[in-house]
Design a protein around this ligand. Structure first.
Ligand SMILES: NCc1[nH]cc(CCC(=O)O)c1CC(=O)O
Length: 311
């Protein structure tokens, strides 16, 4: 049995943000189950995504870079569960693993750092981002802006900005707040910059056959966050969106049994976009697939062609 005889080993990436998030999960688990400091051991693991900092993520293999090492450690029993920024977790996960809990979602917005508003940026200003979604949304709104690749953790990106590598950058409010950088940047309205699917959500994954641990994790699960992120991920799955496809999506609880899902597809150059919204029954977040199909039917053919929905 995983539990009681020894500490729960909580695997995480080693970036400052990942470590903060792992500590948040550990704190909630301790509180929910009356565990002492020694009841949970945080195990930082270095992922391929952390090692390769000089190339765009999409080019070197996408989101699996962040999860592969953690998946392996789970499968080999070196850790009992893994903490993830849900935004960085591939849409299709191994059937042997299970996302058993999500923490309450933080601020889902992007923050603009380096200028008070997007409109305030000078013509031709350089914006540092390696996110295809952010780049496409920026180019759509301001085709004059020059998007510069900007990888690395939050501090690295802020350092690049401070060093003058760009006039501005976009970062998730959630990450800045968790790192204690509450005052960095200005939040962009959701309507102006729809966030990435699962932005602001932290998930905990365990082995699918570890029922005892799954039950413990369920005690810290925030159901509103879980169903909203499940809807956003179901949309991605139904789009067949890979990591290069600029997709924005946000589900919010809008009624006792209802979610509202907003989604936007873009071409990389931001020239083509398609947006839609749909109410979903809360208990079937998989119904998000219907919005995916409607978007693909609505989108200009050159945009729809960028997606390969599963048949
Ligand atoms: N791709 C990196 C990443 N993954 C999660 C976050 C922020 C925290 C979150 O969205 O939960 C970030 C940094 C950023 O986008 O600024």
């Amino acid at each position: 049995m995983t539990i009681l005889s020894r500490p729960i080993r909580l695997g995480t990436r080693g970036s400052p943000l990942a470590l903060v998030q792992a500590r948040m999960v550990a704190e909630r688990l301790r509180a929910a189950h009356g565990l002492g400091e020694e009841g949970i051991e945080i195990v930082p693991l270095r992922t391929t995504g952390d090692r390769v900092q000089d190339r765009p993520l999409a080019e070197i293999g996408g989101k699996a870079l962040w999860t592969k090492e953690l998946d392996q450690a789970l499968h080999e029993g070196r850790i009992d569960c893994a903490v993830h920024s849900m935004k960085d977790v591939e849409t299709i996960r191994p059937a042997t693993l299970r996302i058993a809990a999500m923490l309450p979602r933080a601020d889902v917005r992007d923050r603009l750092v380096g200028a008070p508003t997007l409109d305030a940026l000078a013509a031709g200003a350089r914006i540092g981002t390696s996110s295809p979604r952010r780049a496409a949304q920026l180019r759509h709104r301001r085709p004059d802006l020059r998007v510069m690749p900007f990888r690395g953790n939050v501090d690295t990106r802020l350092a690049k900005l401070a060093a003058g590598e760009a006039e501005a950058t976009l970062l998730a409010a959630a990450g800045l707040i968790r790192l204690g950088r509450d005052s960095v940047g200005v939040p962009l309205a959701i309507e102006a910059m729809l966030p990435a699917p699962a932005q602001g959500a932290v998930g905990v994954e365990c082995r699918a056959d570890d029922a005892a641990l799954a039950a413990r994790l369920a005690a810290i699960d925030d159901d509103d966050t879980h169903v909203c992120v499940a809807a956003e991920r179901a949309l991605l799955a139904a789009l067949g969106a890979d990591c290069r496809a600029p997709v924005a999506a946000l589900a919010q609880v809008t009624g006792a049994r209802e979610l509202t899902l907003v989604a936007q597809l873009l071409s990389e150059d931001g020239a083509l976009t398609c947006q839609g919204v749909r109410a979903l029954p809360r208990d079937t977040p998989g119904a998000a697939a219907a919005l995916a199909h409607a978007l693909l039917a609505d989108a200009p053919p050159a945009l729809a062609r960028l997606f390969t929905p599963p048949r």
